[in-house]
Design a protein around this ligand. Structure first.
Ligand code: PEP
Ligand code: MG
Length: 876
C-alpha cells in the first residue's frame, strides 16, 4: 500500500503535529472551525524523512501526490498554476513539530514569471502590486532555493531607493520596481550563469526541497541545540494559495498575540503594516502600527480579528500568536500557534487561564516550561546605582531584565569574547537575524537599532530570557566600524560598557550594579501547585551557607551534595590543603590538618544552621589532584617557606604527583585510602559541627558521602574511619546524633555491584557527571572539543553531560536502583550530577523511582516544576 505524504487542510488531522508540523496541523484545525484561511495542503514530515533517506530527492510518488493536490487547489480556487490569465500563486512555508520562529525558510508569490506577471497586471489592474510581488519572489527564491546571498539583493533595492529619492519601500513606483526586477535577474544570471527559472512546477518542487533542506541550515541546527529539539523530526511544508497584503492601502499584514507576551496581560497585543507582505512586519522595514490602530483604519476587519482571536484561544486553551493578511479589506488568517512568552507572562497566563475556568491547575503546571523559570530569577538594577546612571537613549522594552556589559557589534565575536572569559557582553546590532542566534544566546543583553516588539531580536530574546531593547532608533549604529553614536554624537566603541533595562527600554552609559530578582506572587502560586503534585524530593548542591540559604529560599528540601573540596579553593585555605597533600611526614600532615579542621567545622556549622531540620549530605574530599597542585612559581616558593623544605625538594614532590589522567587518578575515596587522616579530620569536622549546632537548638541531619567507590572493600575501609571517628566523638557528647553513611554511584562498577555496596551504604547518590564520563569513556574536561563535530554530523543531538543518556547511563542507574533496594529496601536514592537540574533527566529520575534530585540552587524551582510535570506525564 502506498503511503500518503500530502494532506489537504480539510482532510488533515489537526492533532497530528508529528506528521503535519505545528503550522500544518493548526491550519487543519482552523479549516475545521471555519476560519477564513487561504486554501492549501501540507507535505508531511514523513515526506521530509523520505527526502533525506533518498539522498535529497523527492520521490516520484510524493511528487505525484503534490501535483494531485495542486490540481485540487486549482479547482477550489478557480485559478490555474502558471496560467497568465488567471494564475494561482502560492506560498511555500516550513512547519516543524515544535515552532522554531524564523529558523527555516519561506517562499512567497511562487508561480510568477514574466508571462504570468503580465497577465496578472491586466487581471488585477495593479502593476505596482505585481512588480512588488515579483521582485520579492525573485529575491526569496534566489536566496532560499539557489543560495545567492540575500544582501546582494538588498543592496540593489537600497540603491534603487536612494537613486529615486524614496525613503520607504512603498514609495517605489511600478517602473522603479521593474528596474529592480531587471537588476535582480541580471544578478541571478551573473551568479548562476543561467536565467531565472520560469517553470512554476519546477519552482514549486525546488522550493519544497529547499524548505526540507532548511531543516539543516546552521541557524536551525543551533536553535535545535539550544532548545533541545531532536534532529530527526524534520519539517513539514505547507503550500497555500497566496493572499496579498501588498495590494494597496486597503491591504496589509500583521502579527498579533491574544495576550501580552511580555507581561501576560489579557489584552490583544500586536502590530501590522499597511501595504506590506510576509516578513515586513518582523523584519523592521517600516515601523509597524499597534494592532489597536486597526480599529480606526478598518473597524470591521478589527472586530472580525478580535472575534477570531478569542475563538482560537478558546479552542487551543492557550495564548495564541497569529499571522494575518488583509487583502483589499478582507481578512485571512495565515497561521496560529501557542505564543512564545516571557516566564513572567507564562506564569500569569497559566494562572489567569485557571481562574478563567479554561484549564485546571495541572494543565497550568504542564504549560510552563521549567527552563523558563530561569528568567524570573533574573537581575534588575540596583536602585541607588540607577539613580546616578545616565540615560543615553530609549528603545522598545522588548525583553525584561537588566543587563550590563561590554559592547560587541558582531554575534560571532560575542561567542569568542565569552569563550575568552568575558562574563558580560552586550550584542549591539542594527537588527538581528537568525544567523545571530548563538551570539544572542551567549550575550548578556541585546540592543537593536531597528525593528518592533515582534522583530526577530525581540521574539528570540524573550524566549531565551535575554534582556533586550529593540528598535532603539535614537542611536546611530555603525556595525562595520564598530561604534555607535547617541543623539548628542557621543561615541560608544567596542569594549565600552553600557547597560540595558529591557523592562523600560532605557539604555544607559557605563556599568550599573545589578541585583538579584525577587520572587512574585504568581511564581509562588505555581510552585505551590507543583509541590502538591510532585513526589520527588528536591535538594540542592550547595557548598556555602549563602548557597544553602538561597537554595532553601527557592524551596530546596535538603543539601544533596556539599562538595567539601570546594571549601578549600579560598586563597588562605588552598595553601593548607596543599601542605597536607604535599606533606612527606606525619608531623607536616598533622600540622596542615590542624589548620584545616576549624575552617571545615565552621563551614559545616554554617550549612547546618541554614538547613535546620533538613538533611545535609557532605561528601568527603574528591578533588582531581591536579586542581590542588601549585603551578605558579611564586606559590611554590611561598609554600616551600611555609612547609620549611627546600624549593627543589618541593618541586620534585610536585612532579612526582603529576598524573597523566587526573580524572581517573588519585581522587575520591582513593585519597582517603592513602591519607586516612583527611577522612578522619572531615568526619571530626562534621560531627563536631553537628554537636555544636545541636547545642544551639538546631536540628541537624548529617549524612556523610564517600565518593568514587568502585569496590566494596574501599567503602568498608573508608566507612570504618568515618564510623570510628564519629563513634568516639559521640561517646562523650550529650547528643545522640544520628548520621548516615552512604556512597556515590559514579563508577560503572559501583552500579554493577550495587547490591554488595548497599550492605554498607545507607544511601546512594548518583554522580552522573562521572558516570557519563566513564560509561562513554569521554573525559568530562575535554569532550566539548569533539562533541561539536558529533552534533554537526548528526551523531548526537545533545550533550550527554547536560541531558542524561537514558539508554546507557540510565540503564546503569536502573540496575543500581534495583540491586540496592534488593539488599536494603529502604535505601535512600538520589542524584547529584548536573543532570539533577535538567527537566528531561528529572523525568527519568522520577520514572526509575529515585527519592530526590539535587541541583544548583538557581535550578531548584525548575526542578520542582519539572518533577511535577514528570508526575503528570507519567499519568498520561
Ligand atoms: C558527579 O560525578 O556526578 C558528581 C556530582 O561529582 P563531581 O562532579 O564533583 O565529580
Ligand atoms: Mg563525581
Amino acid at each position: 500500500m502506498s503511503n500518503r505524504y500530502v494532506w489537504p487542510f480539510s482532510e488533515a488531522d489537526g492533532k497530528n503535529k508529528e506528521l503535519l508540523g505545528g503550522k500544518g496541523a493548526n491550519l487543519a484545525v482552523m479549516t475545521g472551525i471555519g476560519l477564513p484561511i487561504p486554501w492549501g495542503f501540507t507535505v508531511s514530515t514523513e515526506a521530509c524523512a523520505d527526502y533525506y533517506e533518498k539522498n535529497e530527492v523527492i520521490s516520484a510518488e510524493i511528487e505525484a501526490q503534490i501535483y494531485a493536490n495542486l490540481l485540487e487547489l486549482e479547482k477550489i480556487t478557480g485559478k490555474t498554476f502558471g496560467d497568465p490569465i488567471n494564475p494561482l500563486l502560492v506560498s511555500v512555508r516550513s512547519g516543524a513539530r515544535a515552532s522554531m520562529p524564523g529558523m527555516m525558510d519561506t517562499i512567497l508569490n511562487l508561480g510568477l514569471n514574466d508571462e504570468v506577471a503580465a497577465g496578472l497586471t491586466i487581471s488585477t489592474d495593479n502593476e505596482r502590486f505585481v512588480c512588488d510581488s515579483y521582485r520579492r519572489f525573485i529575491q526569496m527564491f534566489s536566496d532560499v532555493v539557489m543560495g545567492i546571498d540575500k544582501s546582494k539583493f538588498d543592496a540593489i533595492f537600497e540603491f534603487e531607493k536612494k537613486s529615486t529619492g524614496a525613503e520607504l519601500d512603498t514609495e517605489l513606483t511600478a517602473d522603479n520596481l521593474k528596474d529592480v526586477i531587471k537588476m535582480y535577474k541580471a544578478l541571478y544570471y551573473g551568479e548562476k550563469k543561467s536565467s531565472f527559472p520560469t517553470d512554476p512546477k519546477l519552482q514549486l518542487i525546488e522550493s519544497i526541497k529547499a524548505v526540507f533542506r532548511s531543516w539543516n541550515n546552521e541557524r536551525a541546527v543551533s536553535y535545535r541545540r539550544i532548545y533541545q529539539i531532536p534532529d530527526d523530526w524534520g519539517t513539514a511544508v505547507t503550500i497555500q494559495e497566496m493572499v496579498f497584503g501588498n495590494m494597496g492601502d486597503d491591504s496589509g499584514t500583521g502579527v498579533a498575540f491574544t495576550r501580552n507576551p511580555s507581561t501576560g496581560e489579557n489584552k490583544l497585543f500586536g502590530e501590522f503594516l499597511i501595504n506590506a507582505q510576509g516578513e515586513d512586519v518582523v523584519a523592521g522595514i517600516r515601523t509597524p502600527l499597534a494592532i489597536v490602530e486597526l480599529k480606526v483604519i478598518m473597524p470591521e476587519v478589527y472586530e472580525e480579528f478580535v472575534s477570531i482571536a478569542n475563538k482560537l484561544e478558546d479552542h487551543f486553551r492557550d495564548m495564541q500568536d497569529m499571522e494575518f493578511t488583509i487583502e483589499k479589506g478582507k481578512l485571512f488568517m495565515l497561521q496560529t500557534r501557542n505564543g512564545k512568552r516571557t516566564a513572567a507572562a507564562a506564569l500569569k497566563i497559566a494562572i489567569d487561564l485557571v481562574s478563567e475556568g479554561m484549564i485546571n491547575e495541572e494543565d497550568a503546571i504542564a504549560m510552563v516550561q521549567p527552563e523558563q523559570l530561569d528568567q524570573l530569577l533574573h537581575q534588575g538594577f540596583d536602585k541607588i546605582a540607577l539613580k546616578n546612571a545616565n540615560v543615553i537613549a530609549k528603545g522598545l522594552p522588548a525583553s525584561p531584565g537588566a543587563a550590563t556589559g561590554i559592547i560587541c557589534f558582531n554575534a560571532q565575536d560575542v561567542d569568542k569574547l565569552v569563550k575568552a572569559g568575558a562574563s558580560k557582553v552586550i550584542l549591539v546590532r542594527s537588527e538581528t537575524s537568525p544567523e545571530d542566534i548563538e551570539g544572542m544566546h551567549s550575550a548578556t543583553g541585546i540592543l537593536t537599532g531597528r525593528g518592533g516588539m515582534t522583530s526577530h531580536a525581540a521574539v528570540v530574546a524573550r524566549q531565551m530570557g535575554r534582556c533586550c531593547i529593540a528598535g532603539c532608533s535614537e542611536i546611530n549604529i555603525f556595525e562595520k566600524e564598530k561604534y555607535f553614536l547617541d543623539s548628542k554624537n557621543n561615541k560608544y566603541s567596542e569594549g565600552d560598557y553600557i547597560s540595558l533595562n529591557g523592562s523600560t527600554g532605557y539604555l544607559y552609559d557605563g556599568e550599573i550594579a545589578t541585583v538579584d530578582a525577587t520572587v512574585t506572587e504568581d511564581f509562588l502560586t505555581l510552585m505551590k501547585w507543583a509541590d502538591e503534585v510532585r513526589t520527588l524530593g528536591i535538594y540542592a548542591n550547595a557548598d556555602t551557607p549563602e548557597d544553602a540559604r538561597r537554595a532553601r529560599e527557592f524551596g530546596a528540601e535538603g543539601i544533596g551534595l556539599c562538595r567539601s573540596e570546594h571549601m578549600f579553593f579560598d586563597k588562605k585555605r588552598i595553601s593548607a590543603i596543599r601542605e597536607m597533600i604535599l606533606a612527606r611526614t606525619e608531623m607536616q600532615r598533622k600540622r596542615a590538618l590542624d589548620k584545616l579542621l576549624p575552617m571545615q567545622r565552621g563551614d559545616f556549622e554554617g550549612l547546618f544552621k541554614e538547613m535546620d531540620g533538613l538533611p545535609v549530605i557532605i561528601r568527603l574530599l574528591d578533588p582531581p589532584l591536579h586542581e590542588f597542585l601549585p603551578t605558579e612559581q611564586v606559590d611554590i616558593e611561598e609554600l616551600a617557606v611555609e612547609m620549611e623544605i627546600p624549593l627543589f625538594e618541593l618541586k620534585q614532590i610536585i612532579t612526582k604527583l603529576k598524573e597523566f589522567n587526573p580524572l581517573m587518578g588519585h581522587r575520591g575515596c582513593r585519597l582517603a585510602v592513602t591519607y586516612p587522616e583527611i577522612a578522619e579530620m572531615q568526619t571530626r569536622a562534621v560531627i563536631e559541627a553537628a554537636i555544636n549546632m545541636s547545642r544551639e537548638g538546631i536540628k541537624v541531619i548529617p549524612e556523610i558521602m564517600i565518593p568514587l567507590i568502585g569496590d566494596e572493600k574501599e567503602l568498608k575501609y573508608v566507612k570504618s574511619i568515618v564510623v570510628n571517628t564519629a563513634t568516639n566523638l559521640l561517646l562523650t557528647s550529650e547528643f545522640d546524633i544520628h548520621y548516615k553513611v552512604g556512597t556515590m554511584i559514579e563508577i560503572p562498577r559501583a552500579a554493577i555491584i550495587a547490591d554488595i555496596l548497599a550492605e554498607y551504604a545507607e544511601f546512594f547518590s548518583f554522580g552522573t557527571n562521572d558516570m557519563t564520563q566513564f560509561v562513554f569513556g569521554y573525559s568530562r574536561d575535554d569532550a566539548d572539543k569533539f562533541l561539536f563535530d558529533y552534533y554537526k554530523k548528526g551523531i548526537f543531538d545533545k550533550n550527554p553531560f547536560e541531558k542524561l543518556d537514558q539508554i546507557g547511563v540510565g540503564s546503569m542507574m536502573k540496575m543500581a536502583v534495583a540491586l540496592g533496594r534488593r539488599t536494603r529496601p529502604d535505601i535512600e536514592l538520589g542524584i547529584c550530577g548536573e543532570h539533577g537540574g535538567d527537566p528531561s533527566s528529572i523525568e527519568f529520575c522520577n520514572s526509575i523511582g529515585l527519592d530526590y534530585v539535587s541541583c544548583s540552587p538557581f535550578r531548584v524551582p525548575i526542578a520542582r516544576l519539572a518533577a511535577a510535570q514528570a508526575v503528570i506525564n507519567s499519568r498520561k
